[in-house]
Design a protein around this ligand. Structure first.
Ligand SMILES: C[S@@+](CC[C@H](N)C(=O)[O-])C[C@H]1O[C@@H](n2cnc3c(N)ncnc32)[C@H](O)[C@@H]1O
Length: 374
């Protein structure tokens, strides 16, 4: 199923010449990339996600050996290295410039996301390394942005394809999902292991016509749980590229996914706002002991809030009290009005008025909140 790559370690020796011993890829992973460069001899390389620039230096060193005229572009959204305050992104490449005769072939494009610079970089990219956030939608957006600029036969390297197998990183599955959903010939050293993640952590695939024909599988996988919502301005920048290079139908599929996650985020905001409001009270009651009321109680419990009891109307009281005992009250039973709130879990409009009239602070939850969120 996968081709294996014979790792080539020598180009990574350049790391020893750096003043700052900082690296975000292992020696083996650098060996994997160098092995691919040795085997495919690219002429135009794009790296997205640079950090200190150690990997940039290894790639440039390897290009120097096998294809010294190759150009390389390194794109990073941060001008300052995200893990080294006060240092510029890519500073490690600058520490070893003198050892790279091909250094003039390299260009940093910092402080902007890929769609802002991809047209400047232009087409015929034949080697791409994606190593940014590893959580959705991360590298998916960049791959879709780069694809129209990739040559047939281009190699796409994905780092951190096993990040989700770390003890504390369950959402780090972005590059693995991309690897699994793309149609292409794939490169992965299945028999090698990573002692932090259990599995080899770098992979690659080769672009061909089938990759382009089957891109809707990748778009479909883009719908899998997003861990963050990019700012609207960033989404607009990606759309500007997608609008030009994808069909109307494909753009619509992408936009529908983005729209869904905007909605989910908005909803998470509503949920947070409710918990913040509830924080101001010592006693929380829920009006209604039915299905929604119980769901709401469980939700609040999960979030660390104790519910003092359910409030029901006089005509339901006997029945519910028999079931739930002291937990069930009537409006007139709620004595401690100070710092008390009643969350209304039923849709009857009159309840709010009755609680208002009884001087009980209350929050009426929308039908949508009750249906969807808890
Ligand atoms: C894991 S580090 C890259 C490590 C680097 N490839 C190496 O091997 O040393 C991730 C980098 O991606 C950058 N980044 C995060 N989101 C990005 C985006 N949307 N576009 C470009 N770079 C991004 C961060 O600033 C950071 O420098």
């Amino acid at each position: 199923m996968y081709n294996t790559v014979e790792c080539y370690d020598k180009p990574a020796d350049i790391m020893d010449k750096m003043e700052t011993p900082y690296v975000e890829m292992s020696k083996k992973e650098h060996g994997f990339i160098s092995g691919l460069i040795r085997d495919h001899r690219p002429e135009k390389v794009l790296e997205v996600g640079v950090a200190g620039g150690g990997t940039t230096a290894v790639i440039m060193n390897c290009l120097n050996e096998f294809c010294p005229d190759a150009r390389m572009y390194s794109v990073d959204i941060n001008e300052e290295c995200y893990k080294r305050d006060g240092k510029q992104t890519g500073f490690q490449l600058n520490e070893i410039r003198e050892y790279l005769p091909n250094i003039e072939n390299h260009k940093f494009l910092l402080g902007k996301e890929l769609p802002c610079v991809i047209e400047q970089i232009g087409s015929n990219i034949d080697f791409l390394v994606l190593d940014t956030v590893h959580i959705m939608p991360g590298e998916f957006l960049d791959f879709l942005c780069a694809l129209p600029f990739l040559a047939d036969g281009a190699i796409v390297v994905l780092h951190d394809v096993s990040e989700h197998c770390r003890v504390n990183s369950p959402y780090g599955y972005c590059t693995r999902l991309l690897l699994c959903s793309v149609t292409a010939e794939k490169y992965y050293n299945l028999d090698e292991a990573d002692d932090i993640r259990g599995f080899f952590n770098i992979a690659a695939f080769k672009i061909d016509q089938a990759t382009r024909n089957e891109i809707e599988n990748v778009i479909s996988a883009l719908s899998v749980t997003w861990q963050y919502m990019p700012p609207e301005s960033m989404i607009e920048n990606y759309y500007a590229v997608y609008r030009k290079y994808y069909t109307e139908k494909q753009l619509l599929l992408i936009q529908n996914i983005v729209r869904r996650y905007r909605y989910i985020e908005e909803f998470a905001g509503v949920r947070k706002a409710l918990l913040k409001e509830v924080d101001c009270y010592d006693n929380i009651y829920i009006y209604g002991a039915g299905y929604n009321g119980k769901k709401l109680q469980k939700y609040l419990k999960r979030k660390g809030y104790d519910v003092s009891g359910y409030v029901v109307s006089d005509d339901h009281y006997a029945k519910e009290a028999e079931k739930y005992g002291e937990q069930v009250r009537r409006i007139s039973d709620i004595e401690k009005l100070d710092k008390t709130v009643c969350l209304i879990s039923i849709l009857d409009e009159g309840i709010k008025e009755r609680l208002d009239n009884a001087g009980i602070e209350n929050i009426k939850l929308s039908a949508e909140f009750l249906r969807l969120e808890i």
